[in-house]
Design a protein around this ligand. Structure first.
Ligand SMILES: Nc1ncnc2c1ncn2[C@@H]1O[C@H](COP(=O)(O)OP(=O)(O)OP(=O)(O)O)[C@@H](O)[C@H]1O
Ligand SMILES: [Mg+2]
Length: 258
């Protein structure tokens, strides 16, 4: 954890946000899921999203990517109101990389074919496609799985593939929905380093949601807790863990971070 913390960018003053969610509300069949939610993310900032099952975390990602439209409120990328932009425009124009909670790959294609299929959409030049694919294959140690069909990869191998797919297009905003689930300890550490490197080297904005609260808090700058349709607490990892509201609703009294 100390290694990861060392690289954090501390100040985001005087920057325009990469993404801003403004007063978003959504209900499904009259059941309110999100009520007047607002937050923003700056270039080079990592935001953690915590909350119990069913709190609406994946729904927030769906609203950002455009899979869902809010009943009220707006989604801005930079200073552009993109609330009514379709998914493909958001992905291409605002360079969003997305690791969904489930799926996110083509089952019947091999690891390499998955990467190639997405690279062909996102990267114009064939040589650039190939070099980006090989870089990610090496980074995620997928070489020995190159010709294996995605449907028969293990849970963690599938997750690595989907994370590699999300990075193909050099995203500016990366959305990771339960990216640590199913990964072994060393792979989680590798991914945390990749996330922090993306922050420091590429200055991309990242939102991570995960139930592995310790793993999440060790690589985010700021985190918030979603509960009962609202953001009930937010702050740096240290502030959040010692916040009585966050303790009562989510962490419990004995939860500690280094
Ligand atoms: N398309 C939909 N139609 C109806 N209800 C939906 C839809 N999408 C989400 N919901 C409901 O919205 C609520 C929030 O779901 P969401 O998937 O965002 O939760 P989550 O915080 O990601 O939970 P988890 O930690 O279990 O992944 C749930 O009660 C879910 O049943
Ligand atoms: Mg979810």
């Amino acid at each position: 954890m100390a290694i990861i913390k060392k690289f954090r960018i501390k100040s985001f003053k005087n920057t325009d946000p990469l993404l801003e969610v403004k007063n978003i509300s959504i209900s499904f069949e009259k059941r309110k899921i999100l009520d007047n939610i607002s937050f923003k993310i700056n270039p080079g900032e990592i935001l953690g999203l915590l909350g119990p099952n069913g709190a609406g975390k994946s729904t927030i990602f769906n609203l950002i990517t455009g899979l869902l439209k809010p009943d009220f409120g707006k989604v801005f990328f930079g200073n552009k109101d993109a609330t009514h932009y379709p998914i493909y425009t958001r992905t291409r124009e605002f360079k969003i990389g997305y690791v969904p909670q489930y799926g996110g790959f083509f089952s019947d294609l091999t690891t390499y074919q998955n990467l190639k299929a997405v690279a062909e959409i996102l990267i114009k030049d064939t040589r650039d496609q190939n070099s980006r694919i090989e870089y990610l294959i090496s980074k995620f140690e997928l070489d020995y799985l190159r010709n294996i069909k995605a449907s028969v990869l293990s849970g963690g191998q599938k997750k690595k593939l989907v994370i590699a797919l999300s990075l193909l297009g050099d995203p500016k905003i990366l959305l990771l929905d339960e990216c640590f689930a199913a990964l072994d300890v060393l792979t989680i550490q590798m991914l945390q380093k990749i996330i922090v490197n993306l922050q420091t080297e590429e200055r991309i904005g990242i939102i991570i949601c995960d139930h592995q609260a310790r793993d999440l808090l060790s690589c985010v700058d700021i985190a918030m807790i979603l509960s009962n349709c609202k953001i009930i607490a937010q702050g740096t990892p240290k502030e959040l863990v010692s916040n009585p509201i966050a303790q009562n609703a989510y962490f419990g009294k004995s939860f500690k971070i280094n």
